[in-house]
Design a protein around this ligand. Structure first.
Ligand SMILES: CC(C)(COP(=O)(O)OP(=O)(O)OC[C@H]1O[C@@H](n2cnc3c(N)ncnc32)[C@H](O)[C@@H]1OP(=O)(O)O)[C@@H](O)C(=O)NCCC(=O)NCCS
Length: 290
């Protein structure tokens, strides 16, 4: 891991980040990681989001530490040929000293060490210039919407997901994401969600996860996708649906139902494009690993 030494920037950032080291988080440091990410504007959902890379064998939490104080953090989740960087932040007093860049580079190296040809992330407006300088390219915005759904298209048959749906679910997920997300799909246990059927075959599914606020929804066509969105967000309390802006029927549905925009991020990649099909993605787990 690189030791970052800086020569410019404000006095406070100089003090906070002088000779900061970027390294994996140690046992007992996760509370400090969550605290620094909270100060970076990540909401209360960041703690469960950090938990998945921290506790699983396919993820890592990196920190920037100066004089024993954690001043920045980034999380990585490996899906083999693809890998994601998320929850990356540097404490306000330690910014503009190269730590955001250093954390991104270290996370990229970690993912490439596990086979990533393409590194992906969702960028905020603040993060985007940092990633662009490192060669990441934008490939489409995703927006998190909050609300309660109206009715979906009538003729779609919905039922509860079953364990035996796992192979078809994984195939539909791969067709939508262009990735092999076994690490996250295997961790969804018990499998709880909604399945859509066409002619006795799985035509789409919707699953929430314990780590993020969204609902992952993959579907073969817009009718099935919007029906699953309606089923996932039908409670009177509000539900978060994170929809790629490139999915027009999905976007039309949340607007029609009166959902409010909560936040969003620009999907960016470093490396070759994956066979991602936003028109099949009607919901994302979160704005970390999609
Ligand atoms: C985005 C974020 C992580 C960047 O962290 P950072 O440590 O400031 O990043 P860097 O220092 O590597 O780069 C930031 C800027 O400082 C500049 N910089 C880097 N080293 C410098 C130095 N020694 N002296 C002066 N400026 C410097 C960079 O050129 C860059 O310039 P820009 O303002 O034109 O973009 C931070 O602003 C943050 O936590 N934001 C809130 C959370 C967030 O949006 N996270 C991104 C999620 S995708």
């Amino acid at each position: 891991m690189p030791a970052i030494r800086r020569t410019r920037g404000t006095e406070s950032s100089r003090a906070a980040s002088a000779a900061a080291a970027i390294r994996p988080a140690r046992e007992g440091e996760i509370a400090a990681v969550v605290d620094v990410l909270a100060r970076c504007g990540f909401g209360p959902t960041v703690a469960p989001l950090v938990e998945f890379p921290r506790s699983g064998e396919h993820g890592e939490v990196l920190v920037a530490a100066a004089d024993g104080t954690i001043v920045g953090a980034a999380c990585c989740e490996s899906f083999g040929e693809t890998g994601w960087i998320g929850a990356l932040g540097v404490a306000p007093g330690a910014r503009k000293a190269g730590l955001g860049t250093g954390l991104t580079q270290a996370a990229t190296d970690w993912l490439r060490g596990r086979g990533a040809r393409t590194v992906l992330l969702f960028a905020t407006d603040m993060g985007r210039p940092v990633y662009e300088r490192l060669g990441f390219v934008a490939e489409g915005f995703a927006t998190a919407w909050r609300g309660s759904a109206g009715s979906g298209p009538a003729p779609v048959a919905l039922r509860t997901l079953r364990e035996e749906d796992r192979p078809a679910l994984a195939a539909a997920d791969a067709a939508a994401t262009g990735e092999s997300r076994d690490a996250v799909l295997a961790a969804l246990s018990p499998l709880a969600g909604v399945a859509a059927e066409r002619d006795g075959e799985l035509a789409g599914w919707a699953v929430a996860s314990p780590w993020g606020m969204g609902v992952s929804i993959a579907a073969d066509d817009p009718e099935v996708g919007v029906a699953l969105m309606a089923a996932a967000a039908r409670s009177p309390g509000s539900t978060v649906l994170i929809v790629p802006d490139g999915n027009e029927p999905g976007l039309d549905a949340v607007r029609r139902w009166g959902f409010q925009r909560a936040n969003g991020g620009e999907r960016m990649r470093l490396g070759p494009a994956v066979a991602w099909r936003p028109e099949r993605q009607f919901g994302l787990f979160n704005l970390f690993w999609g």
